[in-house]
Write a protein that binds this ligand. Structure first.
Ligand code: ARG
Length: 467
């Protein structure tokens, strides 16, 4: 095992099983960049508060800059063979190899307990920002689809049963709405995360709060042009600072909601792609086949997205459960928040990317959709409104149309095909030549005036032009 950040009080070597069991570098290497940036900030603070002289400061900054550049250029490779306990130890040891004994001063007034929170918070902010970009790309793909199929009307569903005709764009915009809420949620959580300095292991450090505040802000303001994303301040409670993992739970919760949205979208698309529905054609390049049945074209991508939502919820549950019984302050259990955190971002990011491609190449079978729109039951509610407009109470009209539909089903006669006297048997308000006009998806959709749609589709057809 590599050199540890501790060991003086021990008279025996650590059992290799313990080393293997406790190490986290195989996954927390993802925090390397943020740990380095935190270390650069810390050098500045140590220097300003007199713990480092000018030469030491220069050497340490030079060493950390070198490691940063090496990391950015991909020259540092992490894998399970890394011997260090965690990424914080790795960086300390690498720095020692580069600059020697002066590196031993870097850990002055510092603990991995506050280092790990600093780095994880920064990671979350950056990952959330990146994910927001992925969500925006999917939204853009939805917009293109909405523009392409702006005139299409489809059967709308409740309980997965034919309900009423709706604009396809309304369906697409429902998903855009969900994704926009996701962006807002991620942004809100990210903005709310305060990166704190000065907690030490749990009890604070001998460096003044003012020093942390002034110097950290100043330093981070310059660092790698990332100021805008940051919200950094001296800790107001060092115990909470090292033991708070709310930000991990909040972000995984928001990611779980994104995954749930993508899973619902996938479910709609899976159903729509069946022979029974045949609303859509998923591009060949986004489907897979069967090893036995040559005819199969399966929506595996969508099924995996649906399945992965379970992973996300599992990740959320694992961190919530891990945290629930922990006494203040830091406990090693908290190390186990990393894999669920990284894994959740990784899954959702992959899902968004593959879905963007799938949505961009999706085709709607307008002919097949029109076949489905012939189902008269879709217009039953419009028939109720017809009677209501002619003075019949809604409840009564509802019963009349219910009976009419039942008669139609039981006798295998379309309402449109019924003679006027048969219609009048159900209500004397029925006028056949008026009724037949109601079995029209466009008429049905246009009769709904309550939706204040966003006017974002450019030049629109008659139906949507009324928005
Ligand atoms: N790898 C640890 C984690 O992620 C860092 C903190 C270790 N602190 C300690 N006192 N053992 O939580």
């Amino acid at each position: 095992m590599a050199k540890k950040l501790w060991g003086g009080r021990f008279s025996k070597k650590t059992n290799p099983l313990v080393e293997e069991f406790t190490k986290s570098i195989q996954y927390d290497y993802k925090l390397a960049k943020y740990d380095l940036l935190g270390s650069l900030a810390h050098v500045e603070i140590l220097s300003k508060s007199g713990y480092l002289n000018a030469d030491e400061t220069k050497t340490l900054k030079g060493g950390l800059d070198l490691l940063y550049a090496r990391l950015e250029s991909g020259k540092i490779k992490f894998d399970t063979r890394n011997k260090e306990e965690d990424i914080h130890t790795y960086i300390q040891n690498e720095l020692y190899r580069e600059v020697g004994d002066v590196s031993l001063k870097l850990h002055t007034a510092r603990s991995r307990n506050d280092q790990v929170v600093f780095a994880a918070k920064w990671y979350v902010k950056m990952a959330a920002l990146e994910l927001t970009g992925d969500i925006s790309k999917l939204i853009t793909a939805f917009y293109s689809l909405a523009r392409k199929y702006k005139d299409v009307i489809i059967p709308g569903f409740t309980h997965l049963q034919h309900a009423q005709p709706v604009c396809l764009t309304d369906y697409l915009f429902a998903y855009i709405n969900m994704l926009e809420r996701d962006i807002k949620r991620l942004d809100y959580i990210s903005k709310n995360i305060k990166i704190t300095l000065g907690a030490g292991a749990l009890a604070g450090t001998p460096i003044s709060a003012q020093e942390y505040q002034i110097k950290a802000e100043e330093f981070l303001g310059e660092v790698k042009g990332l100021k805008a994303a940051f919200n950094i301040e001296t800790t107001t409670n060092s115990l909470d600072a090292v033991s708070d993992r709310d930000f991990v739970i909040e972000i995984i919760s928001a990611l779980s909601i994104v995954a749930m949205h993508l899973s619902r979208l996938s479910e709609d698309l899976i159903i729509w792609s069946t022979k029974e529905f045949d609303f859509i054609e998923i591009d060949d390049s986004f489907c897979t086949g069967s090893s036995l049945m040559p005819q199969k074209k399966n929506p595996d991508v969508l099924e995996l997205i649906r399945g992965y939502s379970g992973r996300l919820y599992g990740n959320l549950m694992s961190v919530l459960t891990m945290m629930k019984g922990l006494p203040l302050t830091y406990n090693r259990d908290m190390q186990l928040d990393k894999e669920p955190l990284f894994n959740s971002f990784e899954i959702v990011s992959k899902e968004l990317k593959v879905l963007t491609g799938l949505i961009a190449t999706l085709k709607f079978n307008e002919g097949k959709i029109d076949e489905h729109l012939k189902d008269e039951s879709l217009y039953a509610t419009d028939l109720v409104y017809y009677l209501v407009d002619r003075g019949i109470a809604f409840k009564e009209a509802h019963t009349i149309i219910g009976k009419l539909i039942k008669y139609s089903i039981d006798n295998g006669i379309e309402i449109k095909a019924m003679p006027e006297d048969k219609l009048k048997y159900f209500s004397d308000k029925f006028v056949k030549k008026e009724i037949v006009k109601l079995f029209d998806p466009k008429v049905s959709v246009e009769s709904k005036k309550s939706i204040k749609r966003p006017n974002v589709l450019g030049s629109l057809n008659v139906t949507l032009g009324k928005m």
